[in-house]
Design a protein around this ligand. Structure first.
Ligand SMILES: Cc1cc2nc3c(=O)[nH]c(=O)nc-3n(C[C@H](O)[C@H](O)[C@H](O)COP(=O)(O)OP(=O)(O)OC[C@H]3O[C@@H](n4cnc5c(N)ncnc54)[C@H](O)[C@@H]3O)c2cc1C
Ligand code: SF4
Length: 499
């Protein structure tokens, strides 16, 4: 054998650089399902099932095209369940001249595979991941010499370079972003009747995987009842078309809104398909741009959505590879509390957390503001150890891959990187959640109260957080207003505190 091409669970695109120069008569593909990948964090059943089903569909696709695929199944009797060990034994068995791998999405996996190749004394060629708009080298050169790596400036460069929503060299509509028109809350009556997102029927492969996951990972969190994620490129494209037609027109306007029993609202649900490479981000951006030019959606909606993809998504990947491996150990605010056990069950009286956690366990999904300003905000204010927070997010979401999860959790949500990602901690009281959702109306607590029996824990902890970190936060000009408000606050008296 000439080359053994490694295909990981989040590298399921046929146009991958891994296949450049692939010769069916000399080369083969290696794929492996390793339980360790689902247990190193206590993964949600839906997350495990999605990876396995999409991988098995990709294997079938390659095999139908006459590609020789060595595929290690989770239920193979002698599976060691370690990627490194499985690769080592494949090298011993097939004796390829070279291993080929596209940049993985996880530093740990990269290290493991490099180690396996080194031990086996075989050349490992690492090729770039072309599914991103910005390569890791390009990000590094953008970052070098800059004091601050702000997403907004990176985003503008991406727009210019890839000629997205441009009029000559200028942004269409004269502005780079339409944030002020976006991010509204829903009317008190709620979103009204929403069309359900397109669902995908479970074929034999998916049904088999669901049974396997239920059997092998029965004690893992979450339920498989609502599994309806796209597992092939065709399904992912249908999901994209469904979003563009039925939800994009209100995406920007309500992207921060939350509503009980409405997990999707106007969100795309495309992150998992893009992260597994079933769907190319260029296709997604092109479809949103085309919807604008066709007059089907307004500029603020299209721009608001496109910014998430060529802005945030690319930027967090750049941050991850620029700062790893040290990034994962950062803990700027010195947070050391353990993650509450009820994060795995949703058993809490706090209505916002109850709904967000239950939705997470039911669907493996919560949208950005639920992740940032409900679960993330709680952990930040409560001083939970960022590593435990990171491991929880990596485990429970269907789209979780470390390159995107870690900077979002550690940086954006927990401010544990000391401001690399976010120019200030995303802190707010319960009043923010009240403004953006209907959660508070069904809650025993009152978001406006910071003390007393009905005090909202978010509101109480918000002021405590500002007080605790006052000296550090006062140095940040973007926190001055919040610190000023803190200074105006009447202190809680001793007798009130014991009430
Ligand atoms: C604490 C925390 C953890 C997160 N973990 C993940 C994760 O593991 N995997 C993941 O893909 N996203 C993660 N995100 C980002 C974001 O929440 C999800 O991408 C989004 O909720 C996925 O749902 P959607 O496809 O319906 O997105 P939409 O709201 O429809 O957004 C469109 C697309 O934009 C991209 N996007 C939006 N915001 C971000 C962002 N901040 N970073 C990167 N891409 C973004 C996604 O690809 C998404 O599909 C996290 C955010 C936070 C605050
Ligand atoms: S009152 Fe506080 S705890 Fe209750 S739902 Fe609102 S923000 Fe959450």
């Amino acid at each position: 054998m000439r080359n053994l091409v490694i295909v990981l669970g989040d590298q399921l695109n046929e146009d991958s650089a891994a296949f450049d120069g692939f010769d069916r008569s000399k080369d083969a593909v290696w794929m492996a399902e390793a339980a360790e990948e689902s247990t190193h964090v206590w993964s949600h059943k839906i997350r495990i099932a999605l990876f396995l089903s999409a991988m098995r569909h990709f294997e079938q696709r390659l095999t139908q095209k006459g590609v020789c695929v060595f595929y290690r199944r989770l239920d193979d009797f002698s599976n060691s369940h370690s990627l490194r060990k499985e690769l080592a034994s494949a090298v011993t068995q097939f004796r390829p001249a070279k291993l080929i791998l596209v940049e993985p999405g996880d530093y740990r996996v990269l290290s493991e595979l490099k180690l396996a190749a080194k031990k086996a004394d075989i050349l490992l060629e690492i090729r770039p991941d072309r599914t991103f708009f910005c390569s890791t080298d390009e990000f590094k050169s953008w970052a070098s010499g800059r004091k601050q790596l702000r997403m907004e400036f990176f985003y503008r460069e991406m727009r210019r370079k890839h000629k997205v929503l441009l009029e000559g060299k200028d942004p269409l509509g004269g502005r780079w972003n339409f944030d002020t028109e976006n991010r509204g809350s829903l009317p008190k009556s709620g979103p009204g009747q929403l069309k359900a997102p397109l669902q995908f029927e479970r074929d034999c492969t998916t049904k088999f995987v669901l049974e396997l996951v239920e059997y092998r990972f029965s004690r893992h969190p979450g339920s498989l009842e609502h599994f309806d994620w796209p597992v092939t490129p065709e399904e992912a494209e249908a999901a994209l078309a469904d979003f563009i037609e039925h939800r994009l027109y209100r995406f920007g306007e309500f992207q921060d809104a939350m509503w009980t029993a409405e997990p999707w609202l106007y969100h795309s649900r495309l992150s998992a398909a893009m992260n597994l490479k079933l769907l190319h981000p260029r296709q997604v951006v092109a479809a949103a741009e085309a919807a604008y030019y066709a007059g089907n959606v307004s500029l603020p909606q299209a721009e608001g959505f496109i910014r998430q993809i060529i802005g945030w998504r690319e930027y967090v990947r750049g941050i991850y590879w620029h700062y790893m491996p040290d990034y994962a150990d950062r803990n700027e605010m010195g947070a050391t509390e353990p993650l509450p056990k009820w994060f795995w069950t949703g058993k809490t009286e706090m209505n916002c957390l109850k709904h967000t956690l239950r939705q997470t366990l039911d669907y493996g999904y919560a949208h950005h503001i639920q992740r940032l300003m409900v679960t993330g905000l709680y952990c930040l204010l409560a001083g939970i150890d960022p590593k435990q927070v990171h491991e929880w997010y990596l485990a429970v979401y269907v789209d979780a891959v470390e390159w995107v999860e870690l900077p979002n959790t550690l940086g954006m949500s927990q401010y544990a990187d000391g401001g690399i990602m976010a120019s200030k901690p995303y802190v707010a009281s319960g009043k923010y959640i009240d403004r953006m959702s209907n959660y508070c109306s069904g809650c025993p607590y009152d978001p406006a109260q910071r003390e007393g029996d009905k005090a909202c824990p978010f509101t109480t902890m918000y002021w405590q957080y500002l007080e605790k970190h006052r000296d550090k936060l006062a140095k940040n000009p973007r926190m001055l207003l919040q610190i000023k408000n803190l200074n105006r606050l009447r202190p809680i008296t001793q007798s009130e505190e014991t009430l």
